[in-house]
Design a protein around this ligand. Sequence first.
Ligand code: PEP
Length: 261
Amino acid sequence: MSERKPLIAGNWKMNLDHQQAIALVQKLSWALKDVSHDFDKVEVSVFPPYTDLRSVQTLIEADKLPLVLGAQDLSKFDSGAYTGEVSGAFLKKLAVKYVIVGHSERRQHHNETDEDIQAKVAACFKHNLVPVICVGETLEELEEQGAAAVPIRQLTAALAGHKEVNEFVVAYEPVWAIGTGKVATSEQAAEVAKKLRQSISEQVSIEVSSATRILYGGSVKSSNVAGFLASEEVDGVLVGGASLDIDEFTGICRFQKHVTL
Ligand code: PEP
């Protein structure tokens, strides 16, 4: 395994109100404590909906929980007449560290373009937030162009034109694997992660490419996580559905129990 600290990120999507969020975070922290999870070795982050962030932040701070707070999106704007939008500055005030940017559901349902995603990455850098940049191909694109072409094009666009590139995370999430129960093979995930790292090295620098964590996402479960994380190239997972199930998510966080490295 590389020296990059693995990140297990739970994207709750539009699930759980703020009271349910508190209950889930409490149960998750107890479950991870029960199994003596070493947060220094494997980082665990939760990405609740906006309306839950303040409650989860308060709980994390009051109980000194070692969980890291993430948000599912942010505005490309700082403030002003943008009804319904949430600024990176507001997220930073809530002690959010990570922000998912360019999730395929936002590209698909909110028509987010590569330019929007580039601007959102810039907003993250400006407000000292770490973007989790999601990239991935549809089934049609996989068949026509292979697995890596679209993810590389999307990542190149997201990283283009920044004056300074701060810390970021990449999540390779094949669109055909999200919420479908279909998973990429661990070889395919490793191969795409390797090519994405190569492209970061060409576009930014070798130092940044070797420090950047590249996650796999798409129907990850406790029963398949070990295969993805057995590869040097894959530094964690972005988990949707299974992040709402305490036993499943705890099992995913404990992936090292199943991996022989
Ligand atoms: C996701 O939402 O990023 C995701 C990977 O979802 P799921 O794990 O449910 O496929």
